[in-house]
Write a protein that binds this ligand. Structure first.
Ligand code: C2E
Ligand code: MG
Ligand code: MG
Ligand code: MG
Length: 285
């Protein structure tokens, strides 16, 4: 078994939903131990202002540093965590670690936002708002610096319950972002009812907007929809300067993507931030 073959294996049997599959039980045990033994790590990907290139904050993206299989990407174990209930301790770890990082940036003089991804189970967890309030206080991070990224699909799992959780997060002053906007089971009703501040346009539309006029139309219309609703609009998956220019021209507020930076470990992020601030901001020509 190479790490890669093993990884493909995860995804395949994970879809089987068969909790008695012995390999799945082994992996679930591995993940349980991995969480307890500190094998989960967060990488950070910057969010920048579309007009000026100024760094606004970063999104925390979890990876599993497996002792035998190396660095495992989230799509290979988040579904497993969701099916086995391990998503709750995983989300708790991610929140704590991201807020600790946000505090470290503040202490170093950088006021940066930090975003965490919360999947369906987290969004339906009525204890989540109180836990977040406790961690914000613990790390002395102002609530407005935390963004919780949720998906349309997670909201639609149980809209009434999701609304309760989201309203409590909003009351704390935490910002809410709709991630992967446009790819889920969308309903305009939730945009009307949910106190969200940000729409994040999915990279499937963004990455092809310079080559597909249909995708460009979808992106421009989404920017307009978001802005008309008074929301901040961010695009993910910006891989070249042409896409950046087109997004800026469309009125998109913020950007994320490999063109700016890949998700990197905290030390590399600090180095990147330092060099970024030393240079003139990468303004558009
Ligand atoms: P996401 O939240 O939509 O995150 C964006 C994904 O796109 C990340 O993949 C990121 O590395 C990738 N990406 C960013 N810029 C570019 C680009 O320019 N080009 C391309 N091709 N890709 C780009 P990653 O880190 O593998 O994460 C995948 C998904 O796993 C995330 O999608 C999110 O749904 C989930 N995830 C990550 N961390 C967590 C977590 O802590 N908790 C939960 N529940 N889910 C998480
Ligand atoms: Mg996200
Ligand atoms: Mg996304
Ligand atoms: Mg995504």
């Amino acid at each position: 078994y190479t790490a890669k073959a093993r990884r493909t294996g995860f995804a395949v049997f994970d879809q089987s939903q068969d909790s008695t599959d012995p390999r799945k039980l082994t992996l679930a045990g591995d993940l349980r131990r991995g969480i307890d033994e500190g094998q989960l790590v967060l990488h950070y990907q910057p969010k920048v202002d579309a007009q000026t290139g100024r760094v606004l904050g970063a999104e925390a993206l979890v990876r599993w540093q497996h002792p035998e299989h190396g660095l495992i990407p989230p799509n290979d174990f988040i579904p497993l965590a969701e099916h086995t209930g391990l998503i709750t301790p995983l989300t708790r770890f991610v929140l704590d670690s991201a807020l600790k990082q946000c505090r470290a940036w503040l202490t170093a003089g950088h006021e940066l936002t930090v975003a965490v991804n919360v999947s369906a189970h987290g969004l339906l967890d009525l204890d989540l708002p109180a836990e977040i309030a406790e961690r914000l206080a613990h790390w002395r991070v102002p609530a407005r610096l935390l963004t919780v990224e949720i998906t349309e699909t997670a909201i639609m799992t149980d809209p009434e319950r999701a609304l309760r959780v989201v309203e409590q997060l909003h009351a704390l002053g935490v910002h809410l972002s709709i991630d992967d906007f446009g790819t889920g089971y969308s309903s305009m009703a939730y945009l009307k009812n949910l106190p969200v501040q940000e729409l994040k346009i999915d990279r499937t539309f963004v990455s092809s907007m310079t080559t597909s006029e249909r995708d460009a139309v979808i992106v421009r219309s989404t920017v307009e929809l978001g802005r008309n609703l008074g929301l901040r609009v961010i695009a993910e998956g910006v891989e070249d300067i042409a896409t950046w220019r087109q997004l800026d021209a469309a009125g998109c507020d913020a950007l994320q993507g490999y063109y700016i930076s890949r998700p990197v470990d905290p030390d590399a992020f600090d180095t990147w931030l330092g060099s970024r601030q030393a240079e003139a901001p990468a303004a558009l020509a």
